[in-house]
Design a binder for this molecule. Structure first.
Ligand SMILES: [Zn+2]
Length: 254
């Protein structure tokens, strides 16, 4: 077991951390679900964890992909072949996952990263067996809700493990120095939409957040997300007020 790569984050939440990205396993006594697969060694670490904990590959009941970027799906083929688990993904990210997406890209940088990563870490084909949509409740580990969070990619979703009130927001929110942050605009297909999507999370019952790009959070990122939503709502209210004042205050020049 690579001790650097594997982290018991919580009861039932195992984080697999490579240089670039986290993927996760959530587990109860009977079943395990993968949230993303990571890439590079992360697939091997998953298999090692199963062996170490005496579980069978068949205990992996589902592979839930958050979006189609290579660092999140790189080991999907390997893990599907090994476990025969179904793979879930939002249909708007199928092209991205298959490598047939032709743009637009938010930046040349991201396009190059995606293309060169696929050459370096050739991903064998995997089959998306199930499409997910906003509001779906998946019947694994006591119930996992699907929350569509477009902007970073068109089909990005977050998954909320309901019994634990834990959110896996993919790249909708990052943790930088322990605080919630948005990805830089060069990583978002629609930066404005990415910022608006996150507002949906604020009223939800979520006690903890595990982003895919993070320093291990020691702080509840929902506090930051709710503060951001409040600030946006206040700014919007001020803007509306300013507009209504313009309507009622007579224009002296006319
Ligand atoms: Zn991404």
């Amino acid at each position: 077991m690579d001790a650097r790569g594997l982290h018991e984050l919580r009861d039932g939440v195992i984080g697999l951390r490579s240089v670039l990205v986290w993927s996760f396993l959530i587990a109860n006594d009977r079943e395990v679900v993968a949230i993303d697969t990571g890439f590079g060694p992360q697939g091997r670490w998953v298999k090692q964890w199963f062996k170490r904990t005496g579980r069978s590959p068949r205990d992996l009941k589902a592979i839930l992909l958050t979006h189609g970027h290579i660092d999140h799906i790189g080991c999907a083929a390997e893990l599907q072949r090994w476990s025969k688990a179904p793979i879930f993904l939002h249909p708007a990210d199928h092209d991205l996952a298959k490598g047939t997406y032709s743009g637009p890209w938010p930046s040349k940088f991201l396009a190059n990263v995606e293309r060169s990563s696929r050459l370096l870490w050739w991903t064998r084909r995997f089959q998306v067996t199930h499409e997910v949509a906003d509001g779906d409740r998946l019947p694994f580990c006591g119930g996992i809700d699907v929350i569509h969070l477009p902007g970073h990619t068109p089909g990005q979703v977050g998954y909320r493990w309901n019994s634990e009130k834990i959110l896996f927001p993919a790249d909708a929110i990052l943790s930088i120095a322990g605080r919630a942050a948005f990805p830089k605009s060069k990583f978002n297909i629609d930066d404005t939409l990415a910022r608006t999507s996150v507002l949906r999370l604020a009223p939800m019952e979520i006690d903890w957040v595990f982003p895919c790009h993070q320093t291990t959070p020691r702080h509840n990122l929902m506090t930051d997300i709710r503060r951001y939503a409040q600030t946006r709502a206040q700014a919007e209210a001020m803007r509306e007020l300013a507009e209504s004042e313009q309507q009622v205050v007579p224009d002296n020049g006319s």
